[in-house]
Structures are given as C-alpha cells and as structure tokens.
Design a protein around this ligand. Sequence first.
Ligand code: GUN
Length: 284
Amino acid sequence: MAKIISGKEVSAAVREQIRKECDELKAKGIAPGLAVIIVGDDPASRVYVNNKKKACADVGFVSEEYALGADTTQEELLGLIRELNNKKEINGILCQLPLPAHLDEKAVINAISPLKDVDAFHPSNVGGIMIGDYNFLPCTPAGVMEMLHSENIDITGKNCVVIGRSNIVGKPMAMLMLHENATVTICHSRTQDLKGICSKADVLVAAVGRPKFVTADMVKEGAVVLDVGINRDENGKLCGDVDFESVEPKASYITPVPGGVGPMTIAMLMKNTLKAAKIQNDIR
Ligand code: GUN
C-alpha cells in the first residue's frame, strides 16, 4: 500500500508561508500583483484561471484578469503585455495556454518581461534553469519536487523516469531532478520499450496527457509515482495519467488526481509571484 502524498495538504502549507511573507511585504507598502490573461473560452482554461485568481485572494495578492475575445489579434495581445510589463502594480504576468490557433504562442511568451514571467516560460528563464541560475522555477515541476521534499524523499543517484517531453513539464522536470543528482530518463511517444524503462524507475513522473496511461505492469515494486495528468475518463470523471487503482498497491508513494500535483502548481505560481514582487522592490 502506498502512502498518498496530498497536494492539498502540501500546497496549504506552502500557501500559509506565502501568506505570512505577503503580510510582511504589505507592512512595507508592497502588495504583490498578478495579471492573468485568458484569450477565448476554453472551458478548462477558464477553470484554471479561476483557481489562480482564488489562490491570489487566499494568500493576499492582488489579481487582475484580462479576458480577451477569441478573435483578439496578435498585436492587441502583445500591446496588452507591453502595458503590463510597464505597470508597477503588476509583478507577475501569466498568459493562459493554449492560445487560439491564429495567435503565435512563442512570440507571446517572448514578449513577457523575464522578471515578470512567473510561469518561467521565457527562453532566458528556461536557459537559467538549464544552468541552475534562476529566479523562477517552472510551476508544475517545482510542485512535484516540493511533494518529494515534503516526504524527505532523496533522489540522489536514483533512477528517475519522466514520461513526456513538453516544454512546460517533461523537459524542465528532468532538469530539476538532475539538479538533485538523479539519473534521469525522458520517455516519449517514440520511445522503444517504454514498459521496460518505466518498470526500472525508482521515481516515475507521468506527464503524457492520456487517461490512466501508466498501468501496474509498468511500475516497479516500491516506486514513487507522481501523476501530472489531468484528464477525463470514459465516464467524464477527472483522472490522471496513472491508473491509480492498479498502481497504488505496488507503489511506495503516489499522488492522487484530483488533489495531487494540480494544487501544487498553483502554490508554486504564488511562490514565483511573491519572489517577483520582492525582486522588483529590491527585497531579497
Ligand atoms: N496551460 C496549462 N498549464 C499552464 C501553465 O502552467 N501556465 C500557463 N500559462 N498556461 C498553462
């Protein structure tokens, strides 16, 4: 039987710390502010944006929502970002992805000031992560690491396998694990013998975006299993990339969906926004 690492509990502790530090900043006349941009009406994005705004209110940050129509032009969006880059009350800027197909995601990410890029998506922040010199850690991978730390799981020398090679999760996830001295393998849709590689993992991170993709036969006895997926199963019920029911009895630790990595991602976004406010006000 695995120990379940609750993202709800771990993220609550992180948020509590942020709330305290936010109060200290407010005493100095500084109110951390996050701008959240959403373009179009993707229902999942709407839920994520609402949760991010709620989290801001919970820790005491100011949040501003910019809900733009699906027909917004690239120029309009870039104009808004330029405005927010210069707005003193705003410390962090987040543009919810994916964007409608006619918009150039790369150009949008590039337009956000790296000092306000609380997603850590800007190439200069991504580069910083590669060499271990950064202000902001990418939220989802940082949330996964925080869950490992909460249980004092030392990954030094361990065989860590990440399934998924996205810029947002898979690649930075591998880098953060490497920084903690793990031996890291990234698997993806072209990987040969996926099952063989996964079943040797001491720590397995699933970030594929396919419901219940990781089954018990892919998991080593006693492995730590971290599930980044947020999917709907055949009955429309929220589920992860891991087949929780079959994998849980084999794992030593496992994260649930919902209530696992999801809340951690948002807590890390709050952490980055707090840091952005400190940097922009010359507080270390
Ligand atoms: N879409 C899915 N995950 C994320 C995220 O972490 N940040 C942004 N900006 N968009 C997303």
